[in-house]
Design a protein around this ligand. Structure first.
Ligand SMILES: [Fe+2]
Length: 195
């Protein structure tokens, strides 16, 4: 199946899921097999986009339906490239398309209104994910992670979020201090690769 066809099929499938489910975890469970299938599509990421950028991981919007109810993004991780610890504030799935990544998961522990610091961010797990592996994020408790490619080869991950994550106001967390700063991480392309 061409990537175009695959994305139109995906849109039909996700529209059906979103029409009958609101719970983030339920949506994720239903979207997961569709991402699994997408990861087997050899045409998903054009070859010129598979080359890592020199300074930072690359973030390419692959597909976004008209109503922006979800978006599919390819992240290209050069050797040693890292995404700082961040949240999403929406449901999302992360699948490995090429190579391997290390994902560290964090849990926010709230200390109450008057506490200083207000909360701490605690690391709860570290997983090395390889081709075909899928993980997920959703607020409030499964939303914070950091992703890195500490390996010698480039890696590509395919993410599906319940909004256009390139416009989503969210946070980067400083684990040591517990401080968060507001961030919007824009895509490295302006027009989706597929439509
Ligand atoms: Fe993330």
């Amino acid at each position: 199946m061409s990537a175009n066809q695959a994305f139109h099929q995906l849109e039909a499938n996700i529209s059906g899921i979103l029409a009958s489910h609101q719970d983030y975890r339920t949506i994720i469970d239903h979207v997961r097999p569709h991402l699994q299938e997408l990861l087997t599509n050899e045409q998903l990421v054009p070859e010129d986009l598979q080359v890592p950028l020199p300074n930072k991981y690359a973030q390419y919007l692959l597909y976004r339906p008209e109503n922006e109810s979800f978006a599919v993004i390819a992240f290209v991780w050069g050797a040693g490239q890292v995404a700082p610890v961040h949240d999403h504030l929406v449901w999302g799935l992360v699948g490995v398309y090429r190579g391997s990544i290390v994902e560290k998961r964090y849990r926010r522990e709230d200390h109450g209104e008057s506490a200083e610091p207000r909360y701490t961010i605690r690391e709860v797990s570290e997983v090395t994910a390889t081709q075909g592996d899928i993980s997920f994020v959703y607020p409030p408790d499964y939303d914070i992670h950091g992703v890195a490619n500490p390996f010698n080869e480039a890696a590509i991950t395919i993410h599906i979020y319940g909004t256009d994550i390139g416009k989503q106001p969210r946070h980067i967390h400083d684990v040591a201090s517990g401080n968060a700063r507001d961030v919007i991480t824009k895509h490295d392309n302006t027009i989706p690769v597929f439509s």
